[in-house]
Ligand binder design. Structure first.
Ligand SMILES: [Zn+2]
Length: 85
């Protein structure tokens, strides 16, 4: 079984019951579905073909303009100070 995963839309408000974060969406066979888990709101929309992104033309762009990584991500380690039982 190949089930289509349903995802909640963060911040989406149901147009029927006005509940937030209760709208799920999924796509199937070129149709985008949305429904609400709080009421029986349901709709389906055709998935529009996304316009192709304009590919950057192959201009000779200088590569010496690389930005240095200004923010180094420091991994946060929570060290447990050897608590003994
Ligand atoms: Zn609803």
């Amino acid at each position: 079984m190949n089930q289509t995963p349903k995802r909640f839309i963060a911040g989406a408000i149901c147009p029927r019951c006005a509940a937030m974060d209760r709208i799920r969406t999924w796509e199937q066979n070129g149709i985008r579905y949305r429904d609400c888990v709080s009421c029986d709101f349901f709709e389906q929309l055709p998935v529009e073909d996304e316009p192709p992104r304009e590919l950057p033309t192959r201009v000779n762009q200088p590569r010496d303009n690389q930005q240095p990584a200004s923010q180094e991500i420091t991994p946060v380690r929570i060290l447990d100070p050897g608590r003994r039982h």
